[in-house]
Design a protein around this ligand. Structure first.
Ligand code: GDP
Ligand code: IMO
Ligand code: MG
Length: 434
C-alpha cells in the first residue's frame, strides 16, 4: 500500500475531512502535518456531523492510528476538549493516538496577540486561534514545544521570558497585561500530565510504521492558496499547507511518499480577507452559500463564494504535483441555470493564464470566463458516474481538461456513501481499488 498526501487545492474547506475519513478505511495511519485548531474538518457518520480541529480525521475508524506531527501547533486545552468530545463518540486514543513531542504549543499570549493584531489595514481575518504568533515564535526560536513541559524549570524560564518580552511591546490596554504567568504555568503542567502518555518522536514512530509496511495518509489542513510560501501572501495562514509541508511536518522523506491527492470544490470559497477573483458578491453567491452550507466549521463565519477558478487550481496542481483529485460538493451546483469557469485573468489589459501570487496583482485580476449550461437535476447521492446528467459530466470533464488531472473521487453529498469512486489508474496503483 502507498503513503499518500491529501491536500487542499483552493483556500481551504474543500472537503478534506470527508476525503480523509473515506480513505482512512484503507490506510493504517493518518498523520496531520501542519496547522492547528484553525482547521475545521467535517466528517459525517450516519446522521452525526463531527467537526475535527486538531485530531486527524481517521479517528472515527476503529483500529487506525492517528498522529500529530511536529509541524502542527497545539493548543493543549482545546485538544483535550476535542478528545473528550470524541471519546463520547467511542473514539479510542490509548495506544492509537500519538503527538509529536516537537510540536509547538499555542500559548494564551499567542491567542491575544492574534486577535489584537488582526485589525485595521493589516487585517487578515484570522481564526483568532493564535496560529500566526505561535508559528512566529517557532521561527524566531523562542517557541515552547510540547516536549519542553517535561522539564518544568526550563518551561517556567521560557514562559516568563516570553511573556515579559511580549508585554514590553504592547500598549497598556492590551489583554496581555492581565495574564497571570503563574496560572499559565500551572495550567500547562496540568495539560501535560494528561497528554504525556501520547507524546512520541513522531518521525521515529512514522518511519517505523513505514518500515513495517504500514500505509500512511497525510492529512493537510487549510489549502494551497493559504500556504505561507505558495499562497496569496500576506492573506495566508502561517504554515506550509502544500504537499511539501508533509515531509517537514512529520520527518518522513519525500522518497517514502507515493502520491498526492488534491481536494477541490466544484466552485470556490474563501474565509477571511484577501483577493478572490471569481467571488460572487451578488445573490448568486448567497445562493451557493446557502445550498453549500458555506459557514466556517471553526468560526461560523459566512464563507465568500464564487465560481471555479481553473487558473488557481492549475497552479495548485503544479506546486503539489497532484497524482489525482477528489471533486467535492458537485450537488451544490444542481440548481444553477448556467455555470461559469474561470480560465484566465485580464490584468491591466493583458491576458494572463498563470496564477500571480502577489496579492496586489491578484486583486486587480478580472476573471475570463467560459460558460456552460447547468444540468438542473438532482445529483445528490448519485453513486455511478454514468448516472450523472450529461451536462454534469460535461462540466466535470471540462474541469479535468482545464486542470490536467483526473478526478478519482466525485462527492455528491456530505455523507460517506455519497461518493463516486472511479477505478482510475492512480487508485489502482495505490492499491485502493482492484
Ligand atoms: P475541510 O476543512 O476541507 O475538511 O472542509 P469543511 O469540513 O470545512 O467543509 C466542507 C463542508 O462540506 C462540510 O460541511 C462537509 O460536510 C460538506 N461536504 C463535503 N462534501 C460534500 C458534498 O459533496 N456535498 C455537500 N453538499 N456537502 C459536502
Ligand atoms: P481547513 O483546514 C479555511 C484562513 C482564515 C484567515 C487565514 C489566516 O478547515 O480548510 P489563521 O487563523 O490560520 O492565522 O488565519 O486563513 N483559514 C482557513 N480558511 N479553512 C481553514 O482550514 C482555514 N484555516 C485558516 O480564515 O483568512
Ligand atoms: Mg474546514
Amino acid at each position: 500500500m502507498a503513503n499518500v498526501i491529501v491536500v487542499g487545492t483552493q483556500w481551504g474547506d474543500e472537503g478534506k475531512g470527508k476525503v480523509v475519513d473515506i480513505l482512512s478505511e484503507r490506510f493504517d495511519v493518518v498523520a496531520r502535518y501542519q496547522g492547528g485548531n484553525n482547521a475545521g474538518h467535517t466528517v459525517v457518520v450516519g446522521e452525526e456531523k463531527i467537526v475535527l480541529h486538531l485530531v486527524p480525521s481517521g479517528i472515527l475508524r476503529k483500529g487506525k492510528t492517528c498522529i500529530l506531527g511536529n509541524g502542527v501547533v497545539i493548543d493543549p486545552a482545546d485538544l483535550l476538549y476535542e478528545m473528550e468530545q470524541l471519546r463520547r463518540l467511542e473514539a479510542k486514543f490509548e495506544g492509537s493516538f500519538f503527538i509529536g513531542k516537537n510540536a509547538h504549543l499555542v500559548m494564551p499570549y499567542h491567542k491575544i496577540l492574534d486577535v489584537e493584531r488582526d485589525k485595521g489595514q493589516r487585517k487578515i481575518g484570522t481564526t483568532g486561534r493564535g496560529i500566526g504568533p505561535a508559528y512566529a515564535d517557532k521561527m524566531a526560536r523562542v517557541g515552547i514545544r510540547i516536549g519542553d513541559l517535561h522539564n518544568p524549570d526550563l518551561f517556567r524560564e521560557k514562559l516568563f521570558a516570553n511573556l515579559a518580552e511580549k508585554r514590553a511591546h504592547q500598549p497598556a490596554s492590551s489583554a496581555l497585561l492581565g495574564l497571570d504567568p503563574e496560572k499559565i504555568y500551572a495550567d500547562y503542567l496540568g495539560y501535560y500530565q494528561e497528554l504525556r502518555p501520547y507524546l512520541v518522536d513522531a518521525s521515529l514512530v512514522l518511519n517505523q510504521f513505514i518500515a513495517e509496511g504500514k500505509s500512511v495518509l497525510f492529512e493537510g489542513a487549510q489549502g494551497t492558496l493559504l500556504d505561507v510560501d505558495m499562497g496569496t501572501y500576506p492573506y495566508v495562514t502561517s504554515s506550509s499547507s502544500t504537499a511539501g509541508g508533509a515531509c517537514t511536518g512529520t520527518g518522513v522523506s519525500p522518497l517514502n511518499i507515493h502520491g498526492v491527492l488534491g481536494v477541490v470544490k466544484a466552485y470556490t470559497t474563501r474565509v477571511g480577507e484577501g483577493p478572490f477573483p471569481t467571488e460572487l458578491k451578488d445573490e448568486l453567491g448567497e445562493r451557493l452559500r446557502i445550498r453549500g452550507q458555506e459557514f466556517g466549521a471553526t468560526t461560523g463565519r459566512p464563507r465568500r463564494c464564487g465560481w471555479f477558478d481553473a487558473v488557481a487550481v492549475r497552479y495548485s496542481t503544479r506546486v503539489n504535483a497532484l497524482s489525482t483529485m477528489a471533486l467535492m460538493k458537485l450537488d451544490v451546483l444542481d440548481e444553477c441555470e448556467k455555470i461559469l469557469i474561470c480560465n484566465g485573468y485580464r490584468y491591466r489589459g493583458q491576458v494572463i493564464r498563470e496564477f500571480p501570487t502577489e496579492a496586489g496583482i491578484l486583486k486587480e485580476c478580472e476573471p475570463i470566463y467560459e460558460e456552460m449550461k447547468g444540468w438542473q437535476e438532482v445529483t445528490q447521492g448519485v453513486l455511478d458516474y454514468d448516472e450523472l446528467p450529461k451536462k454534469c459530466r460535461e462540466y466535470i470533464e471540462r474541469l479535468e481538461e482545464l486542470i490536467g488531472v483526473d478526478f478519482s473521487l466525485i462527492s455528491t453529498g456530505p455523507k460517506r456513501d455519497q461518493t463516486i469512486i472511479r477505478k482510475t489508474q492512480t487508485l489502482k496503483d495505490w492499491g485502493l481499488v482492484d
